[in-house]
Design a protein around this ligand. Structure first.
Ligand code: GDP
Length: 450
């Protein structure tokens, strides 16, 4: 299993501690990692090149704020650009036509056209309250016509019969006539599969398109196709004015890089994602979430953004300065870190956003315990005087440390051992914070959760 982009960048980030912005010199190494991650996710090479150039332009000169480091900032830039490239926002089906709105399905054999036709029928019935008719123009495989009949029934839509001895053109016209006369809102037209790009079949689907003048021409593509998706997409784009893409089999183990390639090459928005063989295994495509999948980093970017949002940037910078200048990280800072974490939804809220490999170790029970510990820690810190928080030495090796600790324990309603434990943790964290010079709330959390 390839390491995730986040892992790769974290390694690099160690070598660029304390750098305040992304520069021509430090961006090169990071971009190399991004490039590798994209290639591993099966994004086509020319698409990767283009993409990297855009990211570089956007990243250069970006300030690195607060508890973020250049690697995290770059991840954020990459994620945003990925999501933008794959189409920000949600693009649902356009049905604004004189009824019936016609949707033509195109794609290679096995891509999932027939399955997706039925899934879309179900989606249109349930979500958009439409009356839906399906028809198969695949006259080469009688089984395909039967398959559509079966899945259309499962979807609760109506199926228009067709037969192998008919011409696709005639089937289309007959279905359209039926749809008009029976007031269907939508006509979904499944077409013959191609094992590979085949000129005769391309001519046939072009003819179907001209006959039907569909409002939506959807290109159905298998996410597992990876690099090959590019050539297929190119051929279909040249043959047809595509209005949207359905990316199927995203439940497989592909990293979904095909999304980026296909989107870039066709220019058409990815409208839906197939996520299982079942009839309800269709989701409206979410570019943001998919960007995270391509990079193999969970919602780490959401986390980075939340850190930016939730953290008082000025305070974070002050803290970073303090650490850089060698002044100690004190218990006030410790308390501030805990409050910031609480502001961002607590540990479990944050952990949810991290890639699973990072949090797999921490079960829900552990998380509850960690949350409770955090609250108790906060209670203990609040029972200290401001002076004690500023000078932890008073509690660690001061003359009156025993009586101070007793007082704090009583104030927080805990055993004295807990005060000791907190001081130990603080001591460890102080060492760690010095090592990373303000780099990471994230690393601190990893340690607390792991
Ligand atoms: P067509 O030749 O393009 O019409 O493809 P089919 O609709 O017959 O699908 C080919 C195979 O892919 C079938 O076994 C489907 O069950 C399967 N399939 C289609 N979409 C998905 C999906 O989103 N996830 C999974 N796991 N399988 C899918």
């Amino acid at each position: 299993m390839a390491s995730t982009l986040t892992d790769r960048l974290s390694r690099l980030v160690k070598t660029m501690r304390g750098q305040a912005r992304i520069t021509e010199s430090n961006v090169q190494d990071m971009l190399r990692e991004v490039r590798m991650a994209l290639l591993e996710a099966d994004v086509a090479l020319p698409v990767v090149r283009d993409f990297i150039a855009r990211v570089k332009e956007k990243a250069l000169g970006q300030e690195v704020v607060g508890s973020l480091n250049p690697g995290q900032v770059l991840v954020s830039v990459v994620h945003k650009e990925l999501a933008a490239t794959m189409g920000a926002g949600v693009a649902d089906l356009n049905l604004a036509a004189q009824p019936p709105a016609i949707i033509l399905m195109a794609g290679l054999q096995g891509a999932g056209k027939t399955t997706t036709t039925a899934k879309l029928a179900k989606h249109l019935i349930e979500r958009r309250k439409k009356k839906v008719l399906t028809v198969s123009a695949d006259v080469y495989r009688p089984a395909a016509i039967e398959q559509l009949k079966t899945v259309t029934r499962q979807a609760g839509a109506e199926w228009f019969p067709s037969a192998p001895d008919q011409k696709p053109h005639d089937i289309a016209l007959a279905a359209l006539d039926h749809a008009r006369r029976h007031f269907f809102d939508v006509l979904l037209v499944d077409t013959a599969g191609r094992l590979a790009i085949d000129e005769a079949l391309m001519a046939e689907i072009r003819d179907l398109h001209a006959t039907l003048n569909p409002i939506e021409t959807l290109f159905v593509v298998d996410a597992m196709q990876g690099q090959d998706a590019v050539n297929t997409a190119k051929a279909f784009k040249e043959a047809l004015p595509l209005t949207g893409i359905v990316l199927t089999k995203l439940d497989g183990d592909s990293r979904g890089g095909a999304a980026l390639s296909v989107r870039q090459i066709t220019g058409a928005p990815i409208k839906f994602a197939g996520v299982s063989e079942k009839i309800d295994g269709l989701e409206v495509f979410d570019a943001d979430r998919h960007a995270g999948r391509v990079l193999g980093m969970g919602d780490i970017v959401a986390l980075v953004e939340e850190v930016q949002k939730g953290v008082d940037v000025e305070a974070a910078q002050k803290l970073a300065e303090k650490l850089k200048s060698g002044d100690g990280f004190d218990l006030n800072d410790f308390l501030a870190q805990i409050s910031q974490m609480k502001k961002m939804g607590g540990l479990s809220g944050l952990m949810d956003k991290l890639p699973t490999q990072m949090t797999a170790k921490a079960g829900a029970a552990d998380m509850d315990k960690a949350e409770r510990d955090m609250k108790r820690m906060e209670g203990i810190l609040n029972a200290m005087t401001a002076k004690e928080r500023r000078q932890p030495a008073l509690l660690m090796d001061g003359k009156s440390k025993a009586s101070r600790k007793r007082r704090i324990a009583a104030g927080a309603g805990v055993q004295i051992q807990e005060v000791n434990r907190l001081l130990n943790q603080f001591d460890q964290m102080q060492g760690m914070m010095k090592k990373m010079k303000g780099g990471g709330l994230m690393k601190m959390m990893k340690r607390m959760g792991g």
